[in-house]
Ligand binder design. Structure first.
Ligand code: ACO
Length: 201
């Protein structure tokens, strides 16, 4: 019996684990990174900390099998992280900016995002100020739960007043790409390696 519920502090470890186990274009990234917490520091934990009203998990028999995390106001979220989240991590993970991009290890590529976080373009945020991340473990995939999580998140973001939501997906993650298109999301931009999708709420 799968249940969908708001995430809570006790889910933090599960969020880190799921983020890692789906972090290689939807496949398990365990072994890709020396530090297993790095992906979660960037893509999961800050949402539970700073946007808990937009963090939902899927649970079955006490095990968390997936989440959707997001924020209705990407720009404000970026500012909060700049002030409160990144400074501590920057003391933990050295800035790789002195290492040429092509010579960086996978961990260094993530550390670069801690030191120089990506910020969403103004033109995108004008219409799609919210953003989200969704990840389900293999045992929770393909049963309609991804759609349920997305619809729950869309409703929460809409209620918070966001007129639109965007997300980024790696170009290699063709399954997720098909899922977003199937849910009616529109391709807004394509850069080497990634596609940005958006949906009006
Ligand atoms: N192409 C076309 N339609 C699809 C595809 C696809 N590749 N995948 C799913 N669908 C359809 C289903 O048929 C279903 O249709 P219906 O509701 O009309 O019957 C609908 O989409 C919903 O499918 P779900 O079963 O809910 O999909 P699932 O639970 O597997 O969730 C997800 C999809 C989120 C991609 C999941 O498989 C997953 O977490 N994968 C691994 C992690 C991942 O890749 N996350 C995305 C990273 S990018 C980001 O977070 C912004």
């Amino acid at each position: 019996m799968f249940t969908l519920r708001p995430a809570r502090e006790a889910d933090r470890e599960a969020l880190y684990r799921i983020c890692l186990q789906t972090g290689d274009s939807g496949q398990d990234a365990t072994g890709v990174y020396d530090d297993p917490a790095l992906l979660g520091h960037i893509y999961a934990a800050p949402y539970l900390t700073y946007a808990p009203a937009f963090a939902f998990v899927l649970e079955d028999a006490g095990a968390v099998g997936g989440y959707v995390l997001g924020t209705p106001d990407t720009r404000a979220f970026e500012a909060t992280l700049e002030r409160e989240w990144w400074p501590h991590l920057r003391t933990q993970y050295p800035d790789p900016s002195g290492v040429p991009r092509e010579a960086r290890t996978p961990d260094q590529r993530l550390a670069a995002l801690i030191h120089t976080p990506r910020t969403a373009p103004d033109a995108l945020l004008a219409q799609y100020p919210a953003h989200l991340h969704i990840d389900l473990l293999p045992w929770a995939q393909g049963g309609g739960h991804g759609r349920r999580l997305m619809e729950r998140q869309f409703a929460a973001l809409r209620e918070a007043g966001a007129p639109g939501v965007h997300l980024g997906v790696g170009e290699r993650n063709t399954r997720a790409e098909g899922f977003y298109r199937h849910l009616g999301m529109e391709e807004l931009a394509r850069s080497p390696g990634a596609i940005t999708f958006g949906l009006k709420l």
